[in-house]
Design a protein around this ligand. Structure first.
Ligand SMILES: C[S@@+](CC[C@H](N)C(=O)[O-])C[C@H]1O[C@@H](n2cnc3c(N)ncnc32)[C@H](O)[C@@H]1O
Length: 454
């Protein structure tokens, strides 16, 4: 029954929203079908490894993310506002804490299965952000188009991860990663604005001592031609201007006269340059729309992340962390306080640490032992008021907590679900404080230790 249902939501959705073009690889369908049958696990809380306020609703999960996500699904489907993942890029390297070398088709399969469940767990107004480099980025884009729909693609942000080139590189020195962003439903997704930088505001001045404050001269011509908005404008010194060829003014003549009368048109300090519209700082959006180019000065870089990792654990430095500022930018754009954030390739715990400091709730999943040696100690420091990374910028003072979970062995053996042995099996999951992952199985089964599936 469960097997059938787990396969059903995959195939059901694919039937409904079949993409026009999909990515294919050897034995794709067969392998994907096989893989979804294999998981039936529960989450088990470990209070010894949990820390701080136990009611804080933050989860640190050790285990394979596909199984963990499937166990979370019945409780958390449609609940997560922002997913950030930084999966192994398939660089064919072995890092200190994990291997990053799969056959290309295995990597695609691994990602496909996880992205499908991640889509189910995402809220209707949520978004997913994936960092990746040129080893797999273009394949991943097509895969994500297939799963999330081309119409929900938000951006491929270019993040400048390095400040300079590696001069011993044979061909090109890669100084950027891609960040692929998709909405669950683009019509429902709205980014928050970024803080305006001092550099952005510096271009606003007040050469004519306008009582409305500093302003910036903006182009009065638009690139689309409109006959109605093509008329001569005469400067205070009597010089006549027409919009440049193929362009027209941004406003009608009537609107222009109103702007002129309100001292909102600028002809240069001497009154003889072509006209500009005065745009006041007080009237522009109280923030900046995000662009697709993320410079290291704004979003951090790899060396900064490595430094943060060293400060946190100098004995055993995590090799491929992301900087806290990168996560801060993503969580700022995609979430509000108290929203739920998920990272299923948690690594050294950057997403959880940043979410915690930004007062978001979070679920972090990591299969390696470093969930205990790096993520948990890092979050403990955060809870105790750690002052590295973004702490000072967000005025982090400490507090909160998380619960640590592991996964049970699969409960599914052939056609049976083996319920965990406990004095009162019906309340086992309640006692362990775990979401019950099988809504189809009656929770009140109290005598049977196993259920035979149809
Ligand atoms: C590139 S690292 C993430 C680094 C992280 N963003 C940070 O700032 O520290 C990728 C992580 O994904 C983990 N991982 C890989 N496959 C996984 C799986 N199937 N389930 C859970 N974690 C996995 C690896 O152990 C590794 O720690």
């Amino acid at each position: 029954m469960i097997v059938f249902l787990q396969g059903f939501w995959r195939l059901g959705r694919q039937e409904k929203e079949r993409s026009v073009a999909t990515l294919s690889w050897v034995n794709k369908e067969e392998n994907l079908k096989k893989a979804v049958k294999n998981s039936a696990t529960l989450l088990k809380v470990n209070l010894n490894l949990s820390y701080g306020d136990q009611e804080a609703e933050n989860m640190l999960i050790q285990g394979d993310n596909l199984e963990a996500l499937q166990a979370l699904l019945p409780t958390y489907a449609g609940q997560v506002k922002c997913i950030f993942i930084d999966p192994p890029y398939n660089t064919r390297k072995t890092f200190d804490h994990y291997k990053d070398s799969l056959h290309h088709s295995q990597w695609l399969e691994m990602m496909y299965l996880r992205l499908e469940v991640l889509r189910e767990i995402l809220a209707e107004d949520g978004s997913i952000w994936v960092t990746i480099d040129d080893n797999e980025s273009h394949y991943l884009k097509v895969l994500m188009d297939e799963i999330f729909g081309r119409k929900n693609f938000l951006a491929n942000c270019i993040w400048q991860k390095k400040c300079g080139p590696c001069n011993d590189t044979q061909y090109f020195s890669a100084v950027h990663d891609h960040i692929l962003a998709f909405a669950k439903n683009k019509k429902r997704w709205k980014p928050n604005l970024l803080k305006r930088s001092d550099q952005m505001n510096a271009k606003y001045t007040n050469p004519d001592h306008d009582p409305r404050g500093v302003w910036h001269p903006t182009n009065l011509s638009a690139k689309t031609f409109c006959k109605r908005n093509t008329y001569p404008i005469v400067s205070p010194l009597g010089k006549e201007f027409l919009p440049p060829a193929t362009r027209s003014w941004v406003v009608s003549e009537e609107k222009y006269q109103a702007l002129l009368a309100d001292n909102r048109i600028w002809f240069g300090a001497k009154g003889n340059t072509r006209p500009y519209k005065k745009t006041y700082l007080s009237e522009v959006l109280q923030g900046a729309v995000p662009t697709t180019l993320w410079l290291h000065s704004e979003a951090g870089h790899n060396a900064e992340a490595k430094h943060e990792a060293k400060v946190l654990n100098g004995e055993d430095v995590f090799t491929t962390p992301k900087p806290e500022r990168l996560l801060q930018r993503i969580l700022h754009l995609a979430t509000h306080e108290n929203d739920l954030v998920l990272d299923s390739f948690l690594g050294s715990g950057t997403t959880a640490a940043v979410a915690h400091k930004m007062k978001r709730r979070y679920i972090g999943i990591e299969k390696g032992e470093h969930v205990k040696t790096h993520c948990a100690p890092r979050l403990q420091k955060v809870i105790d008021g750690e002052q590295g990374g973004i702490s000072q910028e967000v005025n982090w003072q400490g507090g909160g907590g998380y619960r640590f979970y592991t996964l049970t062995d699969s409960l599914l053996t052939d056609k049976r679900i083996e319920l965990p042995t406990a004095p009162h099996p019906q309340s086992w999951h309640k006692k362990q404080d775990v979401p019950f992952p099988f809504p189809e199985v009656p929770r009140w089964v109290d005598t049977a230790q196993s259920l035979v599936l149809p």
